[in-house]
Design a protein around this ligand. Structure first.
Ligand SMILES: [Zn+2]
Length: 93
């Protein structure tokens, strides 16, 4: 049974300093995706759904980044960044 089939976090051959730096890379990426004017943009206001296409895609991508970070063992499992942003902005779908 390998790590993939057991759901265990992947082990990256990195030093502690490198792991922390990689965590910071992810955090910077999260902030690029979820620290926006959701749902205050004009396109969000005009969209049929809770968010415009661009902001919805940003939050979906933030969730994918977060899932990867969890799979790599960089973050504990928990509510995903994009989903949390939707909840914070009252636009959870
Ligand atoms: Zn928008």
């Amino acid at each position: 049974m390998n790590a993939e089939s057991t759901g265990a976090a992947a082990q990256l051959p990195l030093s502690d300093d490198q792991r922390e730096l990689l965590r910071q890379v992810f955090i910077d990426a999260f902030s690029e995706r979820d620290d926006s004017d959701v749902p205050g943009c004009e396109d969000c206001a005009a969209a049929a759904g809770p968010l415009c296409t661009a902001h919805g895609a940003d939050l979906d991508q933030a969730d994918r980044y977060h899932e990867l970070g969890i799979a790599l063992g960089l973050f504990p499992a928990g509510p995903l960044i994009g989903t949390s942003a939707r909840r914070r902005h009252g636009v959870l779908r």
